[in-house]
Design a protein around this ligand. Structure first.
Ligand code: C2O
Ligand code: CU
Ligand code: CU
Length: 480
C-alpha cells in the first residue's frame, strides 16, 4: 500500500519484510552488558568541567566483521556525565569527525545558546564549550547530535550518551544508586547489519524511518547483566531512531516505575509494562530472587504502529546465588506540584501529520512562535496519522494535563519532555519556559522519530523578556 502524507507518497506496506528482531525466547544472552564509563570531570573555579570528543572508530557487534561507528571518547556511544543540581557545569566538546555536528542536552533546562540544537553547529576539527547551571530535579537525561537534517545518521552511527542529574531529594531516598552495580543505564537501540558488518539503514525504511533486526543495549548484542543485589534500578532510554518499545518481563512480573523523563514520580507505580517511544526515559526498580534469571523483553506496543512487530528479548538479568539486601522502596518519592492550568497565558495547538507540524516544515530562519519567559502555556497536541509520532520540547519539562479530556495514566503523571502520541488522541500539556530569554537563538520542538525530525517535522520558538523584540538569527552558512 502507498500512503500519501504531506504530499509525499511513502511506502507503508503490510510489514512482512520489515527487519524484526529474533522472537522472544531465541536470544542467547552470551555477552556481558557493557556499562558506559562515568565521564571524568574536574572542578575548576567552582565549575565542573567535562571534556567530550566525538570521533570515528570500529566496534565488534556481529561475526561478519567490525562495524564503522562513531562515539564520544570511544568507538561507540559516550560516557555517562553526572552532575548535581546547583552545580555550574562546562563541557568542552571537541569535534573529531570530518563533518559538522552538534551536541544537544536532551531534557536539560538551559539557555538556548547552550542547548546544542541546529543553531550551534561545531565544524569538523573545532570545539564548542557550553556552560550552564544545573537547576532541575534529579533525572536521567541524555545527549546526542542535533545537526539540521543529519541527526538520524549521526545518532545511528553511535553518537549518544546519558547525563544523570542528582539532587538532595533523590539522595535522601532509599533507592539503589551504585552506578553499574544496582543502578544501571540501558540505552536500547535497534540496528541492522550488512554482509561486511557495517550498519545497514536502508532496507527497513518506511513511513517511520528504518527499523533494525538486532537489539543493542549500551552497544551490546544479546546482553546479560550479573545482579548482586535484591533490587536493581534500570534507567531505560529508548535511543532508537524509530522503534517503539513496550518493556515487560518475560514472566510477567510486576516492577516499580519510579521516574520518567524529567525526574522521579510522586510515588512508585506498580506495573507490568512501560512503553517508550524514541527519546523517552523511564527509571524502574525490579526485585530479584537469588539465583534466578529474569528477561527484560519488549512486546509489540501496538500492532498498528509497527506492522509485523512481535515480542523480542532485550536483556537477561542473572541474579547471583546470594544477593545483598536492598532497602524497601519508599511509599512516596518526591513532591510534584499540582499540574494547574488556571494561569495559562497562552494556548497553542500542534497537529502532527505526515512529516509536518501544523502543515509547516522546519525553517531555520523562521520562529514558529514567540513566548514570554516565566509564563505558563497549555499546548494541545494531536497525531493525525495511524502511525507513530512523538512530541519533544527543548529546555523544559512539561506535565500532561489530560489525554482525551481525562486524567493521564499514572505513568504520565510526572515530568516529561517527550511523549508518544497515539493516533487521534488529544494530549494537553502544561508547559513553562523559565529563567532564560534570548531574542536571537530559538529552542526546538519536534517529532523524536529521528527521520521525521530530519525530514522537517520540527519547529522552533523564541523565549523573550516581556516587551523584548524577537530577532531570530539564521545560523551562519545555512541557506535553505
Ligand atoms: Cu533528543 Cu531535539 O532532541
Ligand atoms: Cu531535546
Ligand atoms: Cu513523527
Amino acid at each position: 500500500a502507498v500512503l500519501v502524507v504531506g504530499g509525499a507518497a511513502v511506502w507503508f506496506g503490510a510489514g512482512a519484510s520489515r527487519p524484526t528482531p529474533p522472537p522472544a525466547g531465541a536470544a542467547s544472552f552470551d555477552r556481558p552488558l557493557r556499562i558506559p564509563e562515568l565521564a571524568e570531570s574536574i572542578v575548576r573555579d567552582g565549575v565542573r568541567v567535562f571534556e567530550l570528543e566525538a570521533g570515528a572508530g570500529r566496534t565488534s557487534f556481529v561475526p561478519q566483521g567490525d562495524t564503522p561507528t562513531l562515539g564520544y571518547d570511544g568507538a561507540y556511544l559516550g560516557p555517562t556525565l553526572v552532575a548535581a543540581r546547583g552545580e555550574r557545569v562546562r563541557v568542552r566538546v571537541q569535534n573529531g569527525l570530518d563533518v559538522s555536528t552538534t551536541v544537544h542536552w536532551h531534557g536539560m533546562h538551559l539557555p538556548a545558546a547552550m542547548d546544542g540544537g541546529p543553531h550551534s553547529p561545531i565544524p569538523a576539527g573545532a570545539s564548542w564549550t557550553p556552560e550552564w547551571t544545573i537547576d532541575q530535579p534529579a533525572a536521567s537525561l541524555w545527549y546526542h547530535p542535533h545537526l539540521h537534517g543529519r541527526t538520524r545518521e549521526q545518532v545511528d552511527a553511535g553518537l549518544a550518551g546519558m547525563f544523570l542529574v542528582t539532587d538532595d531529594a533523590e539522595a535522601s531516598l532509599p533507592l539503589p544508586r551504585t552506578y553499574g552495580v544496582d543502578d544501571v543505564p540501558l540505552i536500547v537501540q535497534d540496528r541492522s547489519f550488512g554482509a561486511d558488518g557495517g550498519f545497514a539503514g536502508g532496507p527497513g525504511m518506511q513511513f517511520d524511518g528504518a527499523l533494525g533486526d538486532t537489539i543493542l543495549v549500551n552497544g551490546t548484542v544479546t546482553p546479560h547483566l550479573a545482579v548482586s543485589t535484591e533490587r536493581v534500578r534500570l534507567r531505560l532510554l529508548n535511543g532508537s531512531s524509530a522503534r517503539m518499545y513496550d518493556f515487560v518481563f518475560a514472566d510477567g512480573r510486576e516492577f516499580s516505575l519510579i521516574g520518567t523523563d524529567g525526574g522521579l514520580l510522586a510515588a512508585p507505580v506498580r506495573t507490568t509494562s512501560v512503553p517508550l517511544s524514541p527519546g523517552e526515559r523511564a527509571e524502574i526498580v525490579v526485585e530479584l530472587s537469588p539465583g534466578e534469571d529474569a528477561v527484560l523483553r519488549s512486546r509489540a506496543p501496538d500492532p498498528a504502529l509497527h506492522a509485523g512487530a512481535a515480542a523480542f528479548d532485550v536483556l537477561q538479568l542473572r541474579a547471583a546465588a546470594s544477593l545483598a539486601p536492598s532497602p524497601e522502596l519508599p511509599e512516596t518519592l518526591v513532591p510534584l506540584p499540582a499540574a494547574d492550568d488556571a494561569d495559562a497565558a497562552a494556548q497553542r495547538t500542534f497537529v502532527m501529520s505526515g512529516h509536518s507540524i501544523n502543515e509547516r516544515q522546519m525553517d531555520l530562519g523562521r520562529a514558529d512562535f514567540v513566548t514570554e519567559v516565566d509564563t505558563t502555556e497549555v499546548w494541545t497536541v494531536r497525531n493525525e496519522n495511524p502511525l507513530p509520532h512523538s512530541f519533544h520540547v527543548h529546555d523544559t519539562q512539561f506535565r500532561v494535563l489530560t489525554v482525551d479530556g481525562g486524567p493521564p495514566p499514572r505513568r504520565l503523571s510526572g515530568w516529561k519532555d517527550t511523549i508518544a502520541l497515539e493516533w487521534n488522541r488529544e494530549y494537553r500539556l502544561l508547559v513553562t519556559f523559565e529563567d532564560y530569554a534570548d531574542p536571537t537563538t530559538p529552542y526546538m520542538y519536534h517529532c523524536h522519530l529521528l527521520w521525521h525530525e530530519d525530514q522537517g517535522m520540527m519547529g522552533q520558538f523564541l523565549v523573550v523578556e516581556p516587551g523584548q523584540q524577537p530577532d531570530l538569527r539564521r545560523p551562519e552558512g545555512d541557506t535553505d
